[in-house]
Design a protein. Structure first.
Length: 165
């Protein structure tokens, strides 16, 4: 009989526990950012494949008083913020095997290098969902795709962003 009765199940459970802790920390950190609180942006889903958040319409976010639509800057901010969260998650996973301190230092340097936003429809709605997926993780940059839709699933804006780390 082996002196080490650990199975691959034990290492899987340990990896799942670490992933859960990382997810909770990332979600808590995201939701504590003051600007995210001003907008009301809250993470609703986070994984290595997708990050999503939502926020509700409020008077402070209106950019066109006549039509009562979301300000374009709020849309761009939500897209950039969720794209950055996705990039953090993907980059952290891509650096697996690297010392934790080095991974952390590189993640803390993550910054938007470039972003394109296509506004497809006026920002009408009561509840907005913004989501992001990864297009590519390189050695120094990560590219994400983001979408913003309202409660009726109408696609309002899409974006692509490059983050350096």
């Amino acid at each position: 009989m082996s002196e080490h009765p650990h199975t691959s199940h034990d290492s899987d459970a340990e990896a799942e526990a670490k992933a859960r802790v990382l997810k909770e920390r990332m979600q808590m950190g995201f939701n504590m950012i003051p600007f995210n609180q001003v907008i009301g942006l809250q993470i609703t889903d986070i994984s290595l494949e997708r990050v999503a958040a939502e926020f509700t319409m409020k008077p402070q976010l209106i950019g066109n008083m006549t039509h009562q639509i979301l300000h374009g800057g709020v849309i761009a901010t939500a897209l950039d913020t969720i794209g950055g969260a996705m990039a953090m998650s993907a980059v952290y996973a891509a650096m697996k095997g690297m010392p934790k301190e080095e991974r952390t230092m590189r993640i803390l340097k993550l910054a938007t290098l470039d972003m394109r936003v296509d506004y497809l429809k006026p920002g009408r709605g009561k509840l907005f969902t913004v989501s992001s997926t990864v297009l590519r993780v390189g050695k120094k940059v990560c590219v994400t795709r983001m979408e913003l839709e309202n409660e009726d699933k109408e696609l309002i804006a899409v974006g692509t962003a490059t983050y350096m780390y």
